[in-house]
Design a protein around this ligand. Structure first.
Ligand SMILES: Nc1ncnc2c1ncn2[C@@H]1O[C@H](COP(=O)(O)OP(=O)(O)OP(=O)(O)O)[C@@H](O)[C@H]1O
Length: 305
């Protein structure tokens, strides 16, 4: 007997309503509505200074929006980062924020703390409950490292990983909190084309495993290949939202954002190659490429990017 494939019902994972963020006289984000549904990859694009990261910071409780609400699976979230993570939203930052002097495995384990129930006394006494939870956490962390292809580097210090692997590790650490929604802020910044393609595959795999994704990126080829829907922010306001085809052909977007050549545009292919070669020549990468570009520190930097 054959059974019809079960179709998972779509649910609204994220609902941002009228999110506004003012810094003194500057309105960085103006009344932005955005929805992300389960099973979706949604892109957020816009010129420099359009308000994309500020919007992410509002979604994740790093900023308290001046106006508007952010709901996760129907519940309005308090603007506190640890409560947002606990609810089910995880993120990565534009600038890598790994614990540079901890191992790869330890970095992922840090990401699991919102999902471990053992309290302070249990940890201090290291009783059987604590040890069991610790083992389960390590197993899950190793599964995630396998998923991103870094299980063989579990005992390496994070700061010794090449740049592309550091970015992957950040994603694994975010996934360790078992999010229903993952926010990625410029995940391919500074990557070479191979690393960018690998990141694309990784994001598809994350979505296929049941985590919806909202991604900010300047690489248009990456965004338009990847996303089911794309929203365009210009000067803090949502200008257009739709499928890649709709957004790419919208005259307002072309005028406001895509008017200048972008990576991946057919006529821009040759120019892109020249620019990549120039960039590579200007900043040669060694075996230890991580530190100059990584946050490389404690993960507590004040930079909200
Ligand atoms: N903490 C802050 N205090 C004051 N102004 C801020 C703050 N954070 C961001 N801004 C301003 O808000 C505007 C939006 O910045 P934001 O970083 O969100 O843009 P973005 O779209 O992420 O840009 P980019 O693509 O360059 O990262 C900018 O004018 C920026 O200077």
């Amino acid at each position: 007997m054959t059974t019809a494939p079960t179709k998972t019902a779509t649910t609204t994972v994220l609902q941002a309503s009228g999110v506004t963020m003012r810094f003194g006289g500057l309105t960085a984000v103006k009344g932005v509505d955005l929805t992300v549904n389960s099973g979706e990859i949604v892109g957020l694009i816009g010129p420099n200074g359009a308000g994309k990261t500020t919007f992410f910071n509002c979604l994740t409780g790093l900023y308290v929006p001046t106006e508007g609400t952010v709901a996760y699976k129907g519940t309005v979230l308090p603007p506190k980062p640890h409560l947002v993570t606990k609810a089910g939203i995880a993120r990565t930052f534009q600038n890598i924020r790994l614990f540079a002097n901890m191992t790869v495995l330890e970095n992922v384990l840090v990401g699991r703390h919102t999902r471990t129930k053992e309290g302070l006394w249990s940890a201090l006494l290291r009783g059987p409950g604590f040890k069991k939870a610790e083992r389960a956490s390590e197993e899950r962390a190793m599964e995630l490292l396998e998923f991103i292809g870094l299980d063989h580097k579990r005992d390496h210090l994070a700061r010794n990983l090449p740049y592309g692997e550091q970015r992957k590790l950040e994603i694994a650490r975010a996934l360790a909190s078992e999010p229903g929604l993952l926010l990625l802020d410029e995940p391919t910044a500074g990557m070479n084309p191979q690393e960018t393609r690998a990141t694309e595959e990784l994001v598809f795999a994350i979505r296929d495993k049941g985590t919806a994704v909202l991604v900010i990126e300047h690489d248009m080829r990456f965004i338009f290949n990847l996303c089911d829907r794309v929203a365009v922010l210009v000067q803090g306001e949502k200008l257009v939202e739709g499928t890649s085809d709709v957004v790419q052909s919208d005259e307002r977007v072309v005028a406001a954002y895509l008017g200048t050549p972008y990576e991946g545009a057919p006529e821009d292919e040759a120019l892109g190659d020249v620019q990549s070669a120039e960039a590579a020549a200007a900043a040669p990468r060694t075996g230890k490429t991580a530190e100059p570009r990584a946050a490389g520190g404690t993960g507590t930097e004040g930079d909200d990017k």
